[in-house]
Design a protein around this ligand. Sequence first.
Ligand code: AMP
Length: 111
Amino acid sequence: MDCIFCKIVKGEIPSKKVLENEKFLAFYDINPIAPIHVLIIPKEHYEKFNDTPNELFSEMAAFIKEVAKALNITDYRLITNNGSNAGQEIFHLHIHLVSNPSGKLKWPKLT
Ligand code: AMP
């Protein structure tokens, strides 16, 4: 059975898209933790960062910069939770892009 983000890629589950190309998709997180919270995923399924080919991740880096441009932001944080103990809940690689255009993001203690 397809994972939830594969279903979003196929349009079987709705999402609020920011940007898309043939390999990647950026859409708003359903439960934002910052004024801007976007998820960036490869359309191909990889469980997590550690399983993702370096070449694909390099292309994804370029796409992420396009997403920031589309959002008209220069200051943002990228997060990927790699594995359940790191906080990963959905096992389809995703990068969280979070930003607060009107101020500083906090840097909370995580343990
Ligand atoms: P993680 O804990 O790193 O696996 O993050 C999963 C993220 O996916 C969370 O921030 C959720 O709010 C988000 N999420 C779950 N379902 C959806 C959905 N249908 N559309 C957008 N974001 C989602």
